[in-house]
Write a protein that binds this ligand. Structure first.
Ligand code: P1T
Length: 384
């Protein structure tokens, strides 16, 4: 289905009328097992840990959106990350961006370091830091862009070319952008990872993850992990994610428009200090974002002018429409405090060294009317 635009693929890829009934929407195949005519003679499905038709529809859809031959769905974003790490061997080395989701950092350092993997966390805005961290045992370069929560923009094409030159797989966690805004495989990445919990699902009602790739050896390794470790999404979760994806492009346009207006409002507000949003011309990644993304996305972070933790907490506790909660990418606006919430599992000194200040406030800008969102922020700012 590659001849179609992302908007069309979101609605049609992997979606065939159900062969037994003609149902236009892929049914929720709520079954754990499938009848066989004779041992080994079946319709392609044997046991639902390995395959399920609702999951297949989601996997084909995700693959098409990312321009991949294969999509593999997992029970969560961290389960997808876990499957990649399990495919490595003790002694292997991973270079990861120093600004990344706290749960990814936790999985790397608290689980996989115990199993003999080693990690270097570097500021990937500076490509020489990646080059300097390379060792003969480096197997993966782990990229997030925009990064969580500092909304830095990393150069996918340039990092992918370091990977290619050194025969190292480059993974791009594309959760913050979604395949509507950027398709890392077309820029040379080996694998794209998603927390489908976020923009793909889009409605904060389901947890899921996925990896999309064209690399045959990684497809084999990851399919093995699906079967052997079993971190699979249930059919209802696959159905909800698929339903969300059908409106991805419409939502991403509105998320991006709203976030740009809110970033501009915050940038001009006397009580606000630094605003981290790549749509602002003052953002150091603005030109790169313009080049590699369709719009600048719905995520932004900022600090108050009176930059105390106490003041930030006061602000986050007084918004009405922005709900104080972890997660992002849903239709509703959320406010989050990375230092105590999503990134609390990163030790304070490491957070600080990576530039993550304790008073940083992160917004997931929803698709409500932007004027209502601005009134809400203005009112919360008037209290600080
Ligand atoms: O929550 P889960 O579906 O397991 O996905 C993990 C994950 C992976 N990658 C990125 C970039 C993420 O932001 C996340 C989850 N993040 C949050 C819950 C959050 O509020 O930042």
């Amino acid at each position: 289905m590659q001849q179609y635009h992302v908007e069309t693929l979101a609605i049609h890829a992997g979606q065939h009328p159900d062969p037994s009934t003609g149902a236009v929407m892929t049914p929720i195949y709520q079954t754990s097992t499938f009848a066989q005519e004779a041992p080994g003679v079946h319709k392609g499905y044997e046991y639902a840990r390995v395959h399920n038709p609702t999951r297949t529809a989601l996997e084909e859809n995700l693959a098409a959106l990312e321009g991949a031959s294969t999509g593999i769905a997992f029970s969560s974003g961290v389960a997808a990350t876990d499957a990649i790490m399990r495919s490595l061997m003790p002694g292997d080395h991973i270079i990861a961006t120093s600004d990344l989701y706290g749960g990814t950092y936790r999985l790397f350092t608290q689980t996989f370091e115990r199993f003999g993997l080693s990690f270097s966390f570097v500021d990937m805005r500076d490509l020489s830091q990646i080059e300097a961290a390379l060792t003969p045992k480096t197997r993966i370069i782990w990229v997030e862009t925009p990064t969580n929560p500092l909304i830095r923009i990393l150069d996918i094409e340039a990092i992918a070319s370091i990977g290619t030159q050194n025969e190292i797989a480059v993974v791009v966690d594309n959760t913050f952008a979604s395949p509507y805004l950027q398709q890392p495989l077309t820029m040379g990445a080996t694998m794209v990872l998603h927390s489908t919990t976020k923009y793909l699902g889009g409605h904060s009602d389901v947890i899921g993850g996925a990896i999309c790739t064209n690399d045959a050896s990684w497809i084999e390794r990851l399919r093995f992990q699906v079967k052997a470790a079993g971190a699979v999404p249930g059919p209802m979760d696959c159905f909800l994610t698929l339903r969300g994806i059908k409106t991805l492009h419409v939502r991403m346009e509105r998320h991006g428009n709203n976030a740009l207006q809110i970033a501009t409002f915050l940038h001009d507000h006397p009580s606000v200090g630094m605003v981290y949003y790549p749509g602002l011309a003052s953002h150091e990644g603005h030109e790169l974002a313009k080049k590699q993304m369709k719009n600048y996305g719905g995520m932004l972070s900022f600090r108050l002018k009176n930059d105390s933790l106490e003041n930030a907490i006061k602000f986050m506790s007084s918004t009405q429409l922005f709900t104080l909660a972890e997660s992002l990418g849903g239709v509703e606006s959320l406010v989050n405090h990375p230092a105590t919430m999503t990134h609390a599992s990163i030790p304070a000194e490491i957070r600080h060294a990576a530039g993550l200040h304790d008073s940083l406030i992160r917004l997931s800008v929803g698709i409500e009317h932007v004027e209502d969102l601005i009134v809400d922020l203005a009112s919360a700012l008037s209290g600080v």
